[in-house]
Design a protein around this ligand. Structure first.
Ligand code: NIG
Ligand code: FE
Length: 408
């Protein structure tokens, strides 16, 4: 069924903009008094509302009241929202001065969530994941990447990935699953890193591939997790098995981003510790630099140098990293707005990072802009000018959201 949605005061299409490097706000395509023609979940036409109405005379109209600004749905290309329990205890210690690594060493951190996630049954994991995914969707996030990484053995990594698949059938948001079995060396694993990687490569990844549970493999390269040399071996093998690669890189120490670029990863995420050398390397590559302001806010640490990455020519996407430890808030728009003020990002750079540039990090070319032929994933804000959205720093939320052309 065809329908014409509008009129919108402004449509910010995000179309026709470069994939990499800095953006000026005058590069944004803004159509005023505009409408979108939608059919079968796709965008069939975008333009002036009156012109579309006269051209498609008998089409149904979904009328928009008041002044509204339309954007593509946001794409959150990095989350860990499938987990059991919470880490409020860790958070209290952290704001009182303990570091992430100190907390991890004292038995908190990722391992605590692994314990709680292993104890959780599938139904409770599913309920938690669905609640978070639907909350994201209600705030305009129409595509959500979701990592495993709190199972850390075959049984529980598969449990998480199956729960993510099940949730994908029950929410209208698109969920993109990623295997993060290499989140840390599990404390109960009887063996070393080489042995753990062999176990993952020989047993877990083939099952994931055959059951189509995920096409993506992630790893945490860090002192408390895996070193760059071992990671390179694992990622090269995973790539050979035809998985797309993404890397938790340069969060506290450098080393991860170079491996990400080397293995041709779709994205290198975090980058808070990246310096000139890493920035140059990322900018020259096709690997998307994903910055995660929610982790900086949650840890009380500096942001990744998004400004320098963009100036150097990198493709910078912005994601929430929503997880129970370092980034429990999960408010993507708030995080992006607040980081923009600190990092001096243009509105165009922020919206690009939340839409078509994030789509690239997930290797999706059917979404992230409002243009003919693209998926009709859209969100509208009650305001007359697109600049009001970041101005309210996340307090002004999308009042209307469409997934594949349907209001959710
Ligand atoms: O992206 N850095 C490693 N992994 C997550 C944190 C996960 C956790 O603390 O549970 C991150 O910040
Ligand atoms: Fe993460």
């Amino acid at each position: 069924m065809q329908k014409l949605i509008g009129p919108f005061k402004q449509i910010l299409t995000l179309a026709g903009m470069p994939l990499k490097g800095r953006l000026r706000d005058d590069q944004l395509e803004i159509i005023v008094d505009a409408g979108v023609l939608v059919a079968d979940g796709l965008i069939k036409a975008v333009g002036k509302f009156d012109q579309l109405r006269s051209k498609y005379i008998s089409v149904a109209i979904e009328e928009i009241e008041g002044e509204q600004v339309l954007l593509p749905g946001f794409i959150d290309c990095h989350t860990h929202i499938c987990y059991g329990g919470n880490r409020a205890k860790d958070y209290a210690l952290r704001i009182a001065g303990k570091t992430y690594l100190e907390i991890a060493k004292a038995g908190g951190g990722i391992w605590d969530t692994v314990t709680q996630t292993r104890l959780a049954d599938e139904q409770s994991l599913l309920d938690g994941l669905l609640k978070r995914a639907n909350h994201h969707l209600s705030e305009g996030v129409t595509t959500i990447e979701v990592k495993s990484g709190y199972g850390l053995n075959i049984e529980h990594e598969l449990k998480q990935l199956r729960v993510i698949r099940e949730a994908g059938k029950l929410t209208k948001a698109d969920l993109v699953p990623t295997c993060l079995a290499a989140h840390m060396l599990p404390k109960d694993f009887d063996g070393d890193t080489d042995y753990y990687f062999a176990y993952l490569l020989q047993t877990l990844l083939p099952t994931i591939y055959n059951e189509k549970l995920s096409k993506r493999v992630d790893i945490f390269i860090e002192k408390s997790a895996f070193n760059p040399e071992d990671a390179a071996v694992y990622l090269t093998a995973a790539k050979y098995m035809r998985f797309d690669i993404t890397v938790h890189a340069d969060q506290f120490t450098t080393g991860g981003s170079a491996i990400a670029v080397d293995v041709g990863a779709l994205s290198a995420d975090h980058l808070e510790a990246s310096k000139a050398k890493e920035i140059r390397l990322l900018a020259k590559s096709d690997t998307v630099a994903v910055v995660l302001p929610g982790a900086s806010l949650g840890l009380g640490m500096p942001y990744a140098s998004a400004r320098k990455l963009l100036d150097a020519g990198a493709n910078v996407a912005i994601a929430s990293d929503w997880n129970p430890g370092s980034a429990p808030m999960g408010d993507l728009l708030l995080q992006a707005s607040v980081m923009a003020a600190a990092e001096k990002l243009t509105t165009a750079e922020v919206f690009a990072g939340l839409t078509y540039r994030a789509a690239k990090a997930l290797n999706l070319n059917d979404r992230g802009v409002i243009a003919t032929g693209m998926m009709a994933d859209m969100q509208a804000y009650s305001c007359a000018d697109y600049r009001e959205i970041l101005y309210y720093q996340g307090k002004l939320k999308a009042g209307m959201v469409w997934k594949k052309g349907e209001r959710v």
